[in-house]
Design a protein around this ligand. Sequence first.
Ligand SMILES: *Cc1c(COP(=O)(O)O)cnc(C)c1O
Length: 363
Amino acid sequence: MSVLTFPATTTTRRVADDERARILADPGFGTHFTDFMAHARWTAEDGWGPGELIPYGPLQLSPAAAVLHYGQEVFEGMKAFRHADGSVWTFRPEQNARRMQRSAHRMALPELPEDVFLASVQELVAADEPWVPAADGEQSLYLRPFMFASEAGLGVRSGAVVDYYVIASPSGAYFPRGVQPLVVWVSEEHSRAGAGGTGAAKTGGNYASSLLAKQEAAARGADEVMFLDSQTRSRIDELSGMNVFAITRDGRILTPELSGSILEGVTRDSILQLARDRGLEASEQILLIDDVLEQIRSGEITELFAAGTAAVINPIGELVTTQGRWTIGDGGSGEATLALREELTGIQYGRLEDRYGWMQRLV
Ligand SMILES: *Cc1c(COP(=O)(O)O)cnc(C)c1O
């Protein structure tokens, strides 16, 4: 059975207007949640059941639920943006719908039909519309669709009961310091993904395996970790949750090719398109860490940045390795990096023409 709508099945107690206004004045990232959440359940017997919007709140889960033991889950991350005329839009949602299907396939979870994914997001945002921050500034309603095996049982098999939810969180800057150049630790010891593994799927396990390296980064005063390929430890993969780009003095923009252990970012794809239209020569290729460090040293690479939905585009000012510290350019925010960021956020917030048809209206 296919579900096309997510009706609000229960009356929910909405957060009071003044309390919501207080939260929206300084939302932080991923710490406050809205009134509703979307839900649908899949069973091996009957497929997808009807969708519903229910009050945001704790889940009831068997302690033997498969996800808690074997990590069978996938997720997505997207945003709803308010435009100056009050309307609310999201960015390339069909890309997230399809990627969640690819992630689900890799994790032996059922694929949610694209129209159901889109309906869940649309109807949640419509119900939670007062939670979409105002158009000024750089705030948005962050959306987190996710799906996990909830069947109880300790046998290792793919779950016959799977729950899909979407939760929403009013959000400001992803990094507490805002758009400031990041210091990034290059992890030579730990990998987030291996050949044939789950690196191309958006699944919690990849994040779990990145956390220790992130702690090591923090101990060295770094904000983030850069992971290398697990086999040779020579090729740049990506950060724990963001893709990586380099810009060269002669106007090229480089990013690691999709090797199977890299997440195919929607932001990454959009940046390649924008960069090409700006006359930058864009190349998806193997990026060897030693070459990149050398080219930072020689001034051949002038800018480095990280890209993902949450932080959009964030300059990287410095790389830290066991060998030393490499300052990119003057360590500040690069000109081309900021121009790309301005253009992408301009399209998302409706300040610039949506010339690729990337935006979809929600409310
Ligand atoms: C989500 C994610 C990204 C960024 O993808 P976007 O679609 O641009 O948000 C990059 N790397 C990893 C590991 C991710 O999980």
